[in-house]
Design a protein around this ligand. Sequence first.
Ligand SMILES: Cc1cc2nc3c(=O)[nH]c(=O)nc-3n(C[C@H](O)[C@H](O)[C@H](O)COP(=O)(O)OP(=O)(O)OC[C@H]3O[C@@H](n4cnc5c(N)ncnc54)[C@H](O)[C@@H]3O)c2cc1C
Length: 374
Amino acid sequence: MNSKSTTWDIVIVGAGIIGCSIAWFLRNTPYKVLLLERAEPGGLATNAAAGILGPLNETEGPGPLLDLMQESLALYPDFVREIQAASGLSADYVPSGIISVATTESEEDQLEKRWIWQSGQGKDLKFLTGNSLRSAFPELANTVRAAIHYPHEAHVFAPRLLRGLLSALARQGISLRPGTSVRRIRPGSGDILVAETSAGDRIQGRKFVLTPGAYLNEMDIPPPIPPVIPANGQILSVRAPDFPIRTVVFYPPKGYFVPKLDGTVVIGATEELVGYQTRVTPGGLIEFLEPLRRVCPRLLDSPLQLTWSGLRPKTPDGLPVLGVHPEHPNLLFATGHYRNGILLAPVTGRKISGLITGQIDARTLSAFRPERFS
Ligand SMILES: Cc1cc2nc3c(=O)[nH]c(=O)nc-3n(C[C@H](O)[C@H](O)[C@H](O)COP(=O)(O)OP(=O)(O)OC[C@H]3O[C@@H](n4cnc5c(N)ncnc54)[C@H](O)[C@@H]3O)c2cc1C
């Protein structure tokens, strides 16, 4: 195919979980889709993620973000099943439930406040203390005094999900160009947009969807550009094949551990605004390892397997940016998913593909509109 003369129907810039999910939801449309990737797919955030799918654990109040996360969680079983069927690769999706624990009186008060508003909304959760907590989770340290149990939340192995998606997309004939960094996007003739790459190539598309994660503000595109900054997250895994807890556990102030199907336990994570540095520091790891001592000390004796870090795409209000550029109807955004991009991947794929095909009214995404910061 002569790429210089080709005009693609849809060009997606960034092959993380969000760009790939949008391409996946477009697979049964007549559109010719091209995915462009600066480096390796998912290299900034997706491959770093713990893969927790936990809407109720992630929100401090009701609102559009919680609704969006719950819609996405409900889409997950089918999303994973279809990708696995198309790729033959497992994403290690586990509807394990999540617990959020307290080890001090003030943490317990916080947990109780959360339980009151969430149970008042009719959400399915349990507040556990004393014997009910001990008998449900005997492996937790005695210092754990209370917990909320979210039985319907889940986790997935994010890099495996992405690998499956990439393989499924390739089998559907969707084109991916790794090593292609988009530097600039400008209107071309008629309704066409033109991207210039760092290598000096020009790529034409009828619509562009920008899914570059934390790198949106590094691209030269027509204003207004929604502000997205990187929030570095340090994280690690230990080898613990006999670890008896199968539920995801969150512990204060910001720690969690996720027992994976392959016998590793992922333990995380920091949140640091240090620009585009992906770094792992002893001080960062201590932040979530020290409080783990009060919750499940045996994990600290498991052999360390890997440490790594990644860049969460963060907006000023913590909500993703989903929708059409206010002045260029052929330019769409899907970024700023911050701590929950793995969870939000199916709903984002469905909504953005629905905007493109005209099956979704943009007003249903008004809380996430790109121009809300101007
Ligand atoms: C430590 C850590 C733990 C996390 N844990 C969870 C979790 O448990 N659950 C959860 O739901 N979320 C979690 N997240 C958040 C989640 O990883 C992100 O929200 C999500 O991966 C964002 O996906 P994305 O596709 O938008 O971005 P990315 O995965 O960053 O993908 C964007 C892609 O765009 C490419 N790109 C950028 N600029 C250009 C350009 N100019 N041209 C071409 N390509 C470009 C990049 O190379 C990259 O591959 C975690 C994140 C971190 C860092």
